[in-house]
Design a protein. Structure first.
Lengths: 229, 236, 243, 229, 236
């Protein structure tokens, strides 16, 4: 498919750029690590294992949320630096392919951070997953995508705004709070095994629906945003 | 798109781009004031004017990157952005990624242009050679000298084989011999056949009028956001 | 000219009717409706609270409709698109106002009723999110570059409108371990004697909301026209400079 | 003093830039409000009030960490954009004045966020400070300065290093860990009143020493870093 | 610092800047190769050469922004960065903050230059007027046209009233009349008295040799990182 090949082109370019500079991933890693450390200092996970388990879902997602927000802010500035964005606007390939490529690239970065983070998190917080750990393999990517797809979109939307860095959290947070809620609940549910599997399943299904709905709208509206002027 | 070919073939005198009483207002400042201009297909126009006259703004409007506050800008009788596969635009800045080499940059943009009605894309290597850069240079564009950046930027637009080519000060930062070379290249470019018929149109701004003279079928002179003079005459 | 004066007359009439309905609603709520057993007169705040809460859920959709209209007309008919944009701002601002009043009346009520101003209950949280969403819409309008405000905010409006039902759905099962203090969706148990008060107030505040939106819309239109005028003036003034 | 006037010049410029680009305090207010909402959705303060008090020290610092990261990330890229940094290197005023000015600007930014955050935090998290609340007025600025001074310095250090983003986390993380430890312990100690006042005082003193030592080193080394090539 | 004044006074033929077998190597690429050059105080040197010849690298070395891989670069017999209050350097990029207006930018940099041995700073307003910009323009520099940026950048270096002025392609993007005007301005600049005695030195690179001719006491020609020719002769 032609569209797919455009997406791949964009994705490859973004990965290569990141590889050359490693801006986003390292920034995110630093932030998330520091956060884990802060919480484990603040909270003495060894002392209160059950409480730890209760807050760790929240800690994980808040960390990822903030970390990815910093990275997302960066991801479009690169396009803006030498006004490459104008070259992108003039290119005849569909604009949404650019969006999808970038969202996928961001997704990969955040997933890498998660992959590094997960073991550290388990060790520092002394976690034993009481529920079905495999469900996390569904929840993490779904939740991450929810963050990333909207984040990428709104970072692009705020691109030419006067106070870009501030604007992204302002828009993104209220919009994605339901998703944050879903993923925190689902994650905590798995970690503590206190949630009825039926509820758990419903959180996950809702998260998936959220992802599908927002991905669709983002793809549909991206061209409008890119050429808004 | 393919149905359009015969029409284009017949009407060679059609306008490639036109502005109809276009104004562009930033806040309380008018960068373009009621500009009306037509650029016939096959023509080559040099835009002259002092700093801040609105030359770049005019080019960007034709490219579709700016939508006029008032008036209408068209390219090939359509919204410029909708005809973007036939237009190429080079600006003051490189429009290239600093971290990638010229070759990587160009192949990337070439891929974006493939398909979509213009299978006719030149190769990045050829474009780089044409502007006098070595395609195998391992340095990223961010480490190029100013003139080399300008060339890489030129190669980016040339490789897409556009029908309407918009160049914003292509000669600035080029050394004398390359500038002369570029003029030849552009003169040559105008003669390249267009796959679907039609002719190549060139619009460029510059402050080195003498250099651009061989290219100037028409000279447009701007001042304070207005076109104050249009000199037609082949090769001044 | 004649058209604008009929419009103005109509606006005055509408305002008068609104005030009348609100006065009736006030009488119904304060004097006519029976006193609630457990909460006493405090409960009368409910009529205002409910009216604003319901309207606060309706106006976002006015905003959505206006935004969609804007996006549709943007290229086809810029003038119509401008008025759609004006309607979008107006409805967004009134949404923030109404939802804000809901929050305020709720908090005023909650302090005596529960002893706390705020709790992270599902109902309250959703309402807060709704408010945040439209505040962020207004902030985007302030921060975005001048030429793009309308487009960007129209896009955000679509996202926000989709988020509203998602918020309400997703929070449905939230924190079931924690007894929900607000009587929730099973609230069929209103005394029939209270119904007229509810309805009068609802009608009155709805008319008031519509009036506010229309008023804000007119203001925004006037601002847009003035802006165009100023641009035109700037253009002409600069054309006259000798050169 | 001449040096002080240079610092003020830089500070004024940075504040003005900041003001231009994120010109409204409203945005910041809203940002802080959102942060609190996110935390409360993620951590459910109503559910576990005593836990809340224990983690709130950590939550507070993570929030501030995020705010300061946003500020720090921006603060040097702006200098780099049109190679203004080279103009700065060529200017005859002392290089360390530039550093101090920028660190102060970042500090002010984070302090404003703190000033807004504190009351909102207390209301929404339903906190009652059990210890001596006035001590917080010492801990917050000291801790913030510790974050900001090192952050500003290493952001500059990394500016032209080829893999700066790798450098930043690797250096900054171990360096700032002791400070993070001190401020979180001290804050939690005040909030829960569980810490012996003698310990509390010693944490604060240590934090102050940390600040003094690192500020001195940063000022001494900044010129070297700026002209390192 | 003040003890140096009498020496400077006597030795007017002293070199303002000199490079002694300077090489600058990036990775495996030599941007400067064993360059030896001296720029006498009071002289005005135009550096010519094709793109990528190393002109900008040479200027940056003299300014002290690059330290040579091999060899020694000095200004006024000292490390260039230590003499930075007497040197000003203008590059391809503006070196100005996009968000501030020209006036704000200039006053900021002026403040940084005050004190520290050079109380002799011109006023930002005058500098802006001298390059033909309106000091009261409320637009931030980021919204300037390319030529206006170039002028603002020039004003930045002129206002510091330097003894050694390094200009990297000052004429590019300027319209013809302003470029001419700038040449006059620079010629005038050379005659301004230096408070401590001594004379003003000018080094500039350009691709428009004809424009810079009135300024060229000496012409240095570079190719591939080497100085291949030095033409001395007043006003070529
Ligand atoms: C900040 C605080 C509050 C907020 C944001 C809030 C929000 C709302 C909203 C949005 C509705 C309409 C829901 C719907 O019709 O679907 C509503 C209805 C209602 N609220 Fe509140 N409320 C708050 C506080 C309170 C308090 C303190 C009370 C009483 C103790 C209360 C009592 C009611 C009642 C009785 C209804 C009608 C429920 C029904 O008929 O379904 N609310 N509130
Ligand atoms: N985004 C913007 N906001 C405000 N003013 C702008 C903006 N872009 C351009 N201008 C103004 O519009 C005018 C014309 O700018 P333009 O870049 O078109 O000039 P130009 O003819 O290309 O000049 P040059 O030869 O210097 O490149 C300038 O005065 C410029 O300051
Ligand atoms: N940081 C760097 N890393 C690697 N190579 C560099 C770097 N800076 C410059 N170069 C290379 O050094 C050579 C000389 O560059 P320089 O900018 O001095 O050329 P120039 O003579 O100023 O050319 P122009 O007229 O195009 O501005 C170029 O080939 C350039 O690619
Ligand atoms: Mg221009
Ligand atoms: Mg150069």
């Amino acid at each position: 498919m032609r569209y797919l090949s455009f997406v791949l082109t964009h994705l490859r370019k973004d990965l290569r750029l990141e590889w050359r500079s490693r801006d986003s991933i390292n920034g995110m890693l630093f932030f998330v690590l520091l956060m884990v450390v802060v919480f484990s200092i603040a909270f003495d996970p060894a002392g209160y294992p059950s409480t730890t388990r209760q807050i760790s879902g929240g800690v994980l997602w808040v960390g990822l949320l903030f970390a990815s927000m910093t990275a997302l802010n960066q991801s479009w500035t690169r396009e803006q630096r030498n006004q490459v964005l104008e070259a992108q606007r003039m290119a005849p390939s569909p604009a949404s392919a650019l969006f999808v490529g970038k969202a996928l690239a961001n997704m990969i970065f955040v997933l890498v951070v998660e992959a590094v983070l997960a073991p550290i998190f388990v060790v520092f917080f002394n976690l034993h997953v009481l529920g079905n750990a495999w469900l996390l393999a569904a929840i993490l990517p779904l939740g991450t995508w929810a963050l990333v797809v909207n984040g990428t979109f709104f970072a692009a939307l705020g691109l030419r705004a006067r106070n870009r860095e501030l604007l992204l959290p302002l828009i993104l947070l209220p919009l994605s709070l339901p998703a944050v809620l879903m993923m925190v609940q689902a994650t905590t549910g798995v970690l503590t095994a206190e949630l009825d599997p039926i509820y758990l399943r419903s959180w996950i299904t809702q998260l998936a629906c959220y992802d599908i709905i927002y991905t669709t709208i983002c793809i549909l509206l991206f061209e409008t945003v890119l050429n808004a002027e | 798109m393919s149905t359009a070919t015969p029409i284009r073939d017949q009407a060679l005198s059609v306008t490639a781009a036109s502005l109809e009483s276009v104004s562009k207002i930033y806040g309380a400042f008018a960068a373009l004031r009621n500009v009306t201009a037509a650029f016939p297909a096959g023509s080559s126009t040099v835009i002259l004017g002092e700093n801040g006259a609105g030359k770049s703004t005019l080019l960007r409007t034709v490219a579709g990157l700016i939508s006029p506050t008032r008036g209408r800008a068209t390219a090939f009788g359509d919204l410029p952005l909708r005809q973007r596969h036939r237009i190429a635009y080079m600006s003051h800045s490189t429009m290239l990624y600093d971290e990638l080499t010229a070759m990587e940059n160009l192949s990337y943009f070439a891929t974006l242009h493939r398909g979509e009605g213009c299978a006719c894309v030149g190769s990045p290597e050829m474009a780089l050679r044409a502007v006098g850069l070595d395609p195998a240079l391992p340095r990223p564009v961010g480490q190029y000298s100013q003139g080399m950046r300008q060339r890489a930027s030129l190669a980016r637009v040339l490789q897409t084989d556009p029908e309407l080519l918009l160049l914003d000060e292509p000669f600035s930062n080029l050394d004398v011999s390359s500038a002369g070379h570029l003029v030849d290249l552009l003169a040559d470019f105008r003669t390249w056949p267009v796959p679907g018929g039609g002719r190549r149109t060139l619009i460029l701004t510059t402050h080195q009028a003498s250099l651009a003279e061989p290219l100037a079928d028409r000279t447009l002179i701007m001042r304070q956001g207005q076109v104050i003079d249009l000199v037609t005459g082949s090769h001044g | 000219m004649a058209r604008s004066s009929t419009l103005r007359n109509f606006a005055w009439l509408w305002l008068a009717a609104t005030v009348a309905v609100l006065v009736v609603g006030f009488r119904q709520a304060i004097f006519v409706a029976p006193m609630e057993e457990t909460m006493g007169n405090l409960q009368r705040i409910f009529y205002y609270h409910l009216a604003h809460a319901i309207l606060g859920l309706v106006f976002p959709y006015v905003n959505l409709a206006a935004s969609l209209a804007f996006l549709y007309w943007r290229r086809r008919d810029p003038l119509k698109a401008l008025s759609a944009d004006a309607l979008a701002v107006a409805s967004a601002e009134i949404t923030v106002l109404f939802v804000g009043i809901t929050l305020a009346t709720g908090m005023l009520w909650g302090k005596p009723a529960w002893g706390i101003w705020w709790t992270w209950d599902a109902r309250l949280t959703t309402e807060l999110l709704l408010w945040l969403l439209y505040v962020s819409y207004l902030l985007l309008r302030r921060f975005s570059p001048s030429g793009q405000t309308a487009v960007l905010s129209a896009v955000l409006a679509i996202f926000a409108a989709i988020d509203v039902p998602i918020i309400y759905m997703s929070i449905h099962w939230w924190r079931t371990q924690h007894p929900a203090p607000v009587f929730g969706s099973d609230g069929g148990g209103i005394d029939p004697a209270m119904v007229p008060a509810v309805l009068w107030n609802l009608a009155g505040w709805a008319m008031w909301g519509i009036f506010l939106i229309a008023f804000r819309f007119a203001l925004e239109r006037r601002r847009q026209l003035a802006e165009q005028e100023a641009a035109l003036l700037a253009l002409e003034a600069s054309l006259e400079t000798p050169q």
